[in-house]
Design a protein around this ligand. Structure first.
Ligand code: CAA
Length: 258
């Protein structure tokens, strides 16, 4: 039987999604991106899942948009099909957290996909880059915007203009990734962290994620106001009372996600 191009495994309260086109370094073809969108939606709609992990099979997380598929695409087609917007940005629409576990090369659209996730854990063998200019295109899935917000103008500009790759250590130093792990521990650790998140109060996690995301969209005073309103709202949650009661009673909280 043919292997699915995107694998979805349920590990307790975690949806582990693996891009599974290793023979093409998980190049992000239409078929693959449709399958990824489906997998993310499935997890988002499954009440038993509280957090997702996205990784790649083989030596790449993803080596970018499928250059061969893009080769003959016309402007009219790219525009009419709503290329990228149509089926690349599902991770940004998930209200549950999505962790990128970058196992190897994350280039072009692959780096952009990782940056659409909520945070990035990576293997010590991972490498990041926006090499689009080398193949006569430019980043088109948010690379110029998310990379500069993540690592600052100078490094983002250098990466985008030269297409050079960055090591895992450099990526951690400049804040692109939250942590670097030995390659053989990456998935277990990502699933462990995701499980930890999934076991917390789901509405609290979703509101916290929404508040952090808001910081990239609005001025500080508006962001703080937004956070305050959400924080006040949490007083209405049962989990808010359970968290405080468990703390006072020196026991583990038993959240019911409401
Ligand atoms: N699209 C389509 N196929 C790709 C691919 C891509 N982005 N990246 C790798 N592949 C394929 C190769 O064509 C090759 O297939 P064949 O065996 O059929 O020839 C297979 O994957 C293995 O790749 P290589 O033989 O090239 O492996 P390598 O180790 O010699 O080189 C690499 C690795 C440096 C990553 C090289 O594959 C490469 O440069 N890939 C392209 C990276 C790139 O430019 N990404 C940006 C794409 S544009 C984009 O993403 C736009 C956007 O922002 C949305």
């Amino acid at each position: 039987m043919k292997e699915p191009i995107v694998r979805l495994e349920i590990r307790g309260p975690v949806g582990l999604i693996t891009l599974n086109r290793p023979e093409a370094l998980n190049a992000l073809s239409t078929e693959l991106m449709d399958a990824l969108t489906d997998a993310l939606r499935k997890c988002e709609n499954d009440p038993a899942i509280g957090c997702m992990v996205l990784t790649g099979q083989g030596r790449a997380f993803a080596a970018g948009a499928d250059i061969k598929e893009m080769a003959n695409k016309t402007y009219a087609e790219a525009y009419s099909e709503n290329f990228i917007t149509r089926n690349w940005e599902e991770a940004t629409r998930c209200r549950k957290p999505v962790i990128a576990a970058v196992n190897g090369l994350a280039l072009g659209g692959g780096c952009e996909l990782a940056m659409m996730c909520d945070f990035i854990l990576c293997a010590d063998t991972a490498r990041f880059g926006q090499p689009e200019v080398k193949v006569g295109v430019m980043p088109g899935a948010g690379g110029t915007q998310r990379l500069s917000r993540s690592i600052g103008k100078s490094k983002a500009m250098e990466m985008c203009l030269t297409g050079r790759m960055m090591s895992a250590d450099e990526a951690e130093r400049c804040g692109l990734v939250s942590r670097v792990l030995p390659a053989d521990e990456l998935i277990d650790e990502a699933v462990r962290v995701a499980t930890q998140i999934a076991e917390l109060s789901r509405p609290m996690i979703m509101m916290t994620k929404e508040a952090v995301d808001r910081s990239f969209e609005v001025p500080l005073s508006e962001g703080v106001r937004f956070e305050r309103r959400l924080a006040h709202t949490t007083f209405a949650l049962e989990d808010h009372k359970e968290g405080a009661a468990a703390f006072a009673e020196k026991r583990k909280p038993n959240f019911h996600h409401r």
